[in-house]
Ligand binder design. Sequence first.
Ligand code: 13P
Length: 342
Amino acid sequence: MNAQELIDTARALVAGDKGLLAMDESNPTCNKRFARLAIPQTVDARRAYRELIITTPGLGESISGAILYDETIRQQKQDGTLFVKVLNDAGIIPGIKVDTGAKDMAGHPGEKITEGLDGLRDRLKEYFQMGARFAKWRAVIAIGVGIPSRSCIEANARTLARYAALCQEAGLVPVVEPEVLMDGDHTLEQCRAATEEVLRTVFNQLNSQRVLLEGMILKPNMVLPGLTCPAQVSVDEVANITVKSLWQTVPAAVPGIAFLSGGQSAELASARLNTMNLRFKSKLPWALAFSFARAIQQPALEIWQGKDANVLAAQRALLHRARCNWAARRGEYTAAMERTSA
Ligand code: 13P
């Protein structure tokens, strides 16, 4: 492991007020999103969609890294150029999702454990050779009656730390994603308590498994009430409680925190990130950035609908969201941005 290279890559991923574009939907997830819009669920449609994303002119001005999926990292543009080269030429660091999905946890109804450690060392070696410089692993934690259980949190945290240590050994920056889900009617306070317990446990495990904190990125959820909780809260409240929870739990050595969007609307995700940076940026040890999938891609996907004629309009929508989130890192995002372009 070359520690300095890991540190440089981790810093580059959150430099220049940029953030990550998660385009690592597994085939089943991508197909589900296509099916809702009646887009054919084929390898070629998935390839065409990803080509649309990575060839968006100017994307590298607000996106530092793109997270690919095993199918995608092997794909090429129609003219034969490998996606990895297209990204590098655009100044975007290629990354790769390496977990193999969250599966039902035995003996724990309603809870999941993420799989993918078997053979991971060899897969990481291959991905590095293919040009990836960072990797992502997502653990999911649900809130409900009697959950999350301590054993689910511990199992996922241990697994995240084992993945992170293997990544660093292979020269890849781990993007460590423990996602406390928005699904359900839980309160803001329940999300805060679960998020803090999860993050404390994850950092205990990262430390005990000797992960270099300076050479990783944390990808957490924002602290939010459940989607069906009757007590929804303001953007200011979300910003305050999220930053407070991170302040309590994330070591200063970590260079960047890149939020997932988790099913928030694109505009709300930008507004909440903006308020956090506007209020707290100058006082925080880590960068507060983004690593959104749906909150960057969804409007573009809805415009594209699988049709060549819609590619340019979809790229404009994608670029617009990327720029909104770049502005949110600077505390300069405004609702007016949503009216003036897209
Ligand atoms: P969302 O931003 O759509 O939550 O996706 C982020 C991600 O990478 C999930 O693993």
